[in-house]
Design a protein around this ligand. Structure first.
Ligand SMILES: N[C@@H](CCC(=O)N[C@@H](CS)C(=O)NCC(=O)O)C(=O)O
Length: 206
């Protein structure tokens, strides 16, 4: 397998796919591309990912982009790792949390990250009004995750792709200086538990 990713250990979307490759133990060739050199927008790359975004997984000619889909694919391909339930309700739980993260939690975190991390890199001023609005919505949605973790080590009870999906979002919140994460003790405990996994440590080392 090949995983096309950023070259800076920066992209949370690439990191969740990379961590999952390490968790299932599949041999993976990392293809690290330089955003600043325009490598994500070159025709060769756009031919496999018309979004010009990372990550993209290529498995024996099959091309897959969208990091949550990559997690689902790897979980199905390596069923012995038991990272995704197979019963209808268990599968629905996976979808519920992945859609929830993509549509509710992550946009707030990425919004703050854009304002506080990316804008300064582009010599642009962060917008405090936007930061406040994203933070307000983060505090609307994060308690739902905190509550879901009550009495459970992982979001679905057992470790699953849901944890691989949401943990990079929470890491990016910390990296973006969103101290509000600390208001959610179960989220913090779960994040610490997740980040002590070897696959995550390896994904961070690249
Ligand atoms: N929903 C996509 C998002 C991918 C994404 O936006 N990746 C960012 C890096 S974290 C990117 O490639 N940004 C470059 C761009 O938007 O041009 C996924 O989960 O894979």
């Amino acid at each position: 397998m090949k995983l096309y990713q950023d070259n800076g250990n920066f992209s949370p979307n690439a990191k969740r796919a990379r961590a999952m490759c390490y968790e299932v133990g599949v041999p993976v060739e990392l293809v690290s591309m330089d955003f600043m050199k325009g490598e994500w927008k070159k025709p060769e790359y756009l031919a496999i990912n018309p979004m010009g975004k990372v990550p993209t997984l290529v498995d024996d000619g099959y091309v897959l982009w969208e990091s949550p889909a990559i997690l689902c694919y790897l979980a199905e391909k390596f069923p012995e790792k038991k990272l995704s339930p197979t019963d209808p309700r268990g599968r629905a739980e996976v979808m519920r949390w992945m859609f929830w993260n993509a549509s509710h939690l992550e946009p707030q975190v990425f919004g703050v990250g854009f304002e506080k991390l990316l804008k300064p890199m582009m010599n642009l001023e962060p917008d405090p009004v936007r930061i406040d609005a994203y933070t307000k919505d983060f505090n609307r949605f994060a308690p739902v995750l905190d509550k879901a973790l009550e009495g459970k080590p992982w979001v679905l009870g057992d470790l699953s792709i849901v944890d691989f999906d949401i943990a990079p979002t929470i890491e990016f919140a910390f990296l973006s200086g969103m101290d509000d994460v600390k208001k959610y003790p179960r989220v913090c405990d779960w994040f610490e538990r997740f980040t002590s996994r070897e696959a995550w440590k390896k994904a961070n080392a690249k």
